[in-house]
Design a protein around this ligand. Sequence first.
Ligand code: 13P
Length: 344
Amino acid sequence: MNNHIKDLEATINKLAAKGKGILAADESIGTITKRFEALSIPSTEDTRRDYREMLVATPGLNEYVAGVILFEETLNQKTKSGQPFPEFLKQQGILPGIKVDKGLVNIPYTQDEQTTQGLDGLCERLADYKAKGACFAKWRAVYAISANTPSALAIRANAEGLASYAAACQANGIVPIVEPEILLDGEHTIERCAEVTENVLHAVFHSLFKHKVKLEYIILKPSMVISGKKCASKATAEQVAKASVTALRRTVPAAVPTINFLSGGQSPEEATANLNGMNMMAGNPWNLSFSYARALQDYSMKTWKGDAKNLAAAQKIFLARAKLNSLASVGKYTTAMEKETSIA
Ligand code: 13P
């Protein structure tokens, strides 16, 4: 462990830099294929490479983005000019990360609740990813809210998975992103989401403690406390900010340097406004930033459409979105700024 402290420190210092966030570009082949198909973009090794190269080669991205989470396929790919992606990113002053979980499986005897697989052989894979340049990693656990879920069993199983993974990362000199995602789907109220978030985070930090994970070298990637997609009353940005910060203050130790939210199906504008709301509240002990996939990429992917002639326009819209989220991470975003970046 001690041998790796220097690496962990250097990585976390870069990733927790004020005004910067993380781009999640680690969609599995199935997920990115679905997103491409919705826009009639063919999904092949080459189109996925071209799309991700378009994103990470955006001039000026390093002003707003400190790290990019890659899928294994991209970690092993080369840019058009023949440079491995991790090397290309480092040259831009951006750290490469890697999604290391192997997706979700059902937990038997639950109401279709899920846990995350990928612990077998993880240490060997981490050593290999590190040799290829990865400095940080991601593991996602999911929790669905219904009348009877998440169950105590799902909460415990996922907390243990996240903590085992995080300990393995740190032992290999890799900063773990710990991602417990409470899904937006459903009719639940913001109050119910707050209750579930507290339960989940409490269990996650208990397991992290038991597994001797050094909280100074993790990134927490939670969902925001928000009303369900089908809830009759939609919480405002101010309510989301207040409820999220309240739940986090009750459960997340101040030793955690940075909390980088996922967007989880919120619109790009919502995800930015909600983050900004949190950063307008004084007295938070952690950096509060973003690690979005959809909320950063959606407009850019729609503009790109798989056609090289749209590359510059897609990069422009992507950079604008990254900048708005950077401003939100320091509480300096206003909705009026959206007009300048609208692609409608
Ligand atoms: P979204 O921002 O689209 O929720 O994705 C973040 C992520 O990395 C999910 O694991």
